[in-house]
Ligand binder design. Structure first.
Ligand SMILES: Cc1cc2nc3c(=O)[nH]c(=O)nc-3n(C[C@H](O)[C@H](O)[C@H](O)COP(=O)(O)O)c2cc1C
Length: 373
């Protein structure tokens, strides 16, 4: 019996296994609206056997988007195309999640495969190009070439909090089973937490308690607006990997507070600020998940260069995480859970494929001698 394929329950939501899709920006929306790309991109992971598919960082306001191509939930008209996606995921055996986000000073970024705002006029019209001045805890740039953000005042922060609450209610209307609060990767909530970006001298800057204040206010308001029977995850950068930045010990304290507020899972990632020294390699963030899980006594999701089914199983067996999240490996193999099941589970696992495909893949594998009944 594998742990990877044992169901797990958070509040009223039971996931059929422990492999989930991490949120991945697609930069393919126009004015925040989901379209067929998002349906197919997310839908294929349901067909591939993931128990939970988390839609990308979705802006709670237009200026909170990472780029003009990011999804948004700042108006009701954005609900129906997302509802179409949640219905597809549900029909095909996966739970539907969405990451709600505000990019702060990292908003209005160019699309990563373009690297700069080099769109022609024709492309700008076709893609719905927009750019704007970002907001942030302090008037500090992400990098010397990044735009100078406008510093949020208390009224601006209250507005952002309300935008988060309104987007949370829209996520519920769109049929999502869980939300993930994006507090990682150097985006707005992470900017408040980290001394790298937060230079404030009011009650929201300085000591850890002050730096946590705004993220926790948002976290509390979002949790209160989300149905009590539905789980809420929060994604944090457990370390900035920068001298003078957020430490693992601080993140354990932060995670404890988030658990206290009612967050069911802490999704443990890292970094987001320029100058980070990241020891990238297989499973490199798993120890961060383990530290938060043990230190804060909260369920965690591990993410980051997890590619092998045997590694995923071991992470769970060793108690380093409760869920395994895949991003690039899921893009590389959208059927990863089905393939992992074939590798780890004895016997006929083809019944877990969509019926349209399972019998045919079984026949193919039997003909090749891969499956011997
Ligand atoms: C194309 C792409 C888009 C991403 N978009 C998001 C996002 O919207 N929100 C987020 O928290 N992380 C995002 N990430 C980070 C992933 O969720 C994940 O943490 C990271 O890629 C490490 O996992 P991996 O090694 O399995 O790819 C993105 C990663 C990729 C490759």
């Amino acid at each position: 019996m594998t742990k990877l394929f044992t169901p797990i329950t958070f509040r009223g939501l039971t996931l059929k296994n422990r492999v989930i899709v991490a949120p991945m920006c697609q930069y393919s929306a126009r004015h925040g609206f989901a379209n067929d790309w998002h349906l197919v991109h997310l839908g294929r992971f349901a067909l591939g056997g993931f128990s939970l598919v988390i839609a990308e960082a979705t802006g709670v306001s237009p200026e909170g988007r990472i780029s003009y191509g990011c999804l948004g939930l700042w108006e009701d008209a954005q609900i129906p195309p997302l509802k179409r996606i949640t219905e597809f995921l549900h029909k095909n055996g996966a739970a539907a999640g969405i990451q709600l986000a505000h990019a702060g000073r990292k908003a209005s970024s160019p699309l990563p495969w373009r690297g700069s705002f080099n769109e022609t006029d024709a492309e700008k019209a076709e893609f719905g190009f927009e750019s704007w001045t970002p907001v942030a805890p302090s008037a500090e740039r992400q990098t010397p070439s990044s735009p100078m953000p406008a510093m949020l005042d208390l009224a601006g922060m209250a507005l952002v909090r309300e935008q988060w609450v309104a987007a949370t209610k829209r996520a519920e209307a769109a049929g999502f089973d869980m939300i993930e609060l994006h507090a990682a990767h150097g985006y707005l909530l992470n900017q408040f937490l980290s001394p790298i970006a937060n230079m404030r001298e009011d009650a929201y800057g300085g000591c850890l308690e002050n730096r946590m204040r705004f993220p926790l206010e948002v976290a509390r308001a979002v949790r209160a607006a989300w149905p009590v029977e539905k789980p809420a995850f929060v994604r944090i950068s457990v370390t900035d990997w920068i001298e003078g930045g957020v430490t693992v010990a601080e993140s354990v304290t932060y995670a404890r507070e988030l658990k206290e507020i009612g967050y069911d899972v802490v999704h443990c990632t890292s970094s987001g600020f320029a100058g980070a020294q990241i020891p990238v390699g297989p499973l490199y963030q798993v120890p961060l998940s383990e530290a938060v899980r043990n230190g804060a006594g909260v369920p965690t999701a591990a993410v980051g260069l997890i590619t092998k089914p045997t590694d995923a199983e071991q992470i769970l067996q060793r108690g380093q995480a409760d869920l395994i999240a895949l991003a690039r490996q899921a893009l590389d193999d959208p059927n990863w859970p089905l393939h992992a099941m074939r590798e780890l589970v004895q016997g006929d696992s083809y019944g877990n494929w969509p019926p349209q495909a399972g019998y045919a893949v079984r026949n193919k594998d039997r003909a090749l001698g891969i499956f011997q009944p």
